[in-house]
Design a binder for this molecule. Structure first.
Ligand code: SF4
Length: 458
């Protein structure tokens, strides 16, 4: 058997794609190695959302290039969003790369590898996803929780975002195919599924019979659609063995009453909403083309909290969007404080090629962006720590996901609200607890995680 070393950058969807690449490669006798020096094939599954991820990738690619000099048989492949976006540039600047393939070509990987093994460099990029989304084999890197892609692409046109141009328009998988995958996961012992999509809250609309392709630019929900995320949650809820269901990432426009009511109703649907707000200022939101106002976002939060008082609401924010004034930035800080998010991912604005905002002249200096980011992070961390401290000495329901690599008496898992919990279980058989829902008494609260002690296994 030959060995593949794969390095994945970016979001969960990329991680899910990498698991499919491993499944496809397994069929042509490649098995995963964690050691790049043992690899016959190195694949970088890239992300292009932020410049920092690109830099990390270039440096890793340089290292792989040096290894290829010592071992000319080593094959190097570049996949993912950056490959989709910059194929020609990659090929001309990194001639030692053997395979460049895009996000819509993953199913062709075995064929491309075989060509590369025969000494032929290849570049395969499809602009559009295949009409029928192919069913791909998969080798999961997790044992208890699994990601399931349910919709690919995005119909919005946020002015800073490169996703629509690299991932294309929304395309949902059919519920039949998704249910088959989740049933298989349940039979293999998985307990939790996270339904993934760049805009997962639009799931199902594009495959509903009354969907209008003409109207389906940003801000569209077909009338009375046969398929939706809420309906999908209900179907998955019936699958025996699956204990928890989550979804990532949503857009506020598509957080419908039907979705909130369904999550309130279904015991297995985690009360966890990751709904990026991006800015707490109306002018900035407008320039980002996010199609909601601060007030609308707050009303969505109120609605969620009125139906699910204990819901966790988490968000993403961009600091230093072009033209953002001090006052507009402080409006974001104010919104974060008022809404009291359970967690926020924050990033300094990163200009991406081929997006409208990269062309604007009112770019903010790196220094100011970073200063704003630091301040926003301190506000976010303070809120998260305060919220987590309220959990001290309480019992939290945790799904046991893994045993610590460094301490065999330490387990890690997540609460229903997706907070990471590490806890010691001296004397218990850790492996036996994998996949169980246990009660953990919280003994320490940090902004991003909790520590605790195991009490009883349910
Ligand atoms: S909704 Fe998300 S993925 Fe779609 S364009 Fe906006 S930021 Fe990008």
């Amino acid at each position: 058997m030959k060995q593949i070393y794969i390095e994945t950058f970016g979001c969960q969807m990329n991680k899910a794609d990498s698991e499919h690449m491993l499944g496809l490669l397994n069929e042509i006798d490649y098995k995963l190695t964690e050691n790049i020096d043992k690899a016959d094939l190195v694949i970088f599954n890239t992300c292009t959302i932020r410049e920092a991820a690109n830099h990390r990738f270039y440096s890793q690619l340089g290292i792989a290039g040096k290894k290829k000099k010592q071992n000319p048989d080593l094959l190097i492949g570049v996949a993912g969003c950056l490959a989709q976006d910059k194929r020609k540039w990659l090929q001309s600047n990194f001639p030692y790369v053997d395979i460049v393939f895009g996000t819509n070509n993953i199913h062709k990987l075995p064929e491309l590898i075989q060509k590369a093994e025969a000494g032929k460099k290849t570049c395969e990029i499809e602009e559009e996803l295949p009409f029928e989304l192919p069913e791909l084999p998969v080798i999961r890197q997790t044992k208890v929780t699994a990601w399931v892609n349910v919709i690919l692409g995005c119909n919005f046109n946020c002015t800073y975002c490169i996703v629509p141009s690299v991932r294309g328009r929304e395309k949902s998988r059919t519920p039949e195919v998704i249910l088959k995958e989740v049933q298989r996961l349940a039979s293999e012992g998985f307990k939790e599924v996270t339904l993934l999509g760049q805009n997962v809250t639009a799931y199902g609309y594009d495959i509903s019979s009354n969907y209008s392709k003409e109207k389906a630019n940003f801000g569209y929900i077909p009338e009375d659609p046969e398929y939706s995320l809420a309906k999908l949650l209900k179907y998955i809820h019936d699958i025996e063995g699956i204990e928890r269901i989550r979804f990532l990432t949503g857009h506020p426009f598509h957080v419908t009453d039907e979705l909130i009511d369904t999550i309130a109703e279904l015991p297995k649907a985690c009360e966890y909403f990751h709904i990026p707000m991006q800015s707490g200022d109306d002018t900035v939101l407008k320039r980002m083309a996010r199609i909601y106002s601060v007030d609308k976002y707050k009303k969505m939060v109120e609605k969620i909290r009125s139906k699910i008082p204990d819901a966790a609401i988490t968000s993403d924010f961009i600091a230093g969007f072009p033209g953002e004034t001090q006052e507009q930035f402080l409006n974001t800080v104010k919104a974060v404080q008022e809404i009291e998010f359970d967690a926020c991912n924050t990033a300094a604005y990163s200009p991406r090629p081929d997006t409208p905002s990269v062309m604007w002249e009112n770019q903010i200096s790196e220094e100011e962006k970073n200063e704003h980011l630091r301040y926003l992070n301190s506000v976010v961390n303070e809120i998260m720590e305060k919220k987590n401290k309220k959990l001290l000495n309480t019992l939290q329901e945790v799904l046991v996901e893994d045993v610590s690599q460094t301490n065999k008496n330490r387990l890690m898992g997540r609460t229903r609200k997706n907070t990471l919990v590490n806890y010691d279980v001296a004397g218990a058989n850790c492996n036996k607890l994998m996949g169980k829902i246990v009660n953990v008494k919280i003994t320490r609260a940090n902004p991003w995680s909790l520590n605790g002690e195991l009490t009883i296994a349910n």
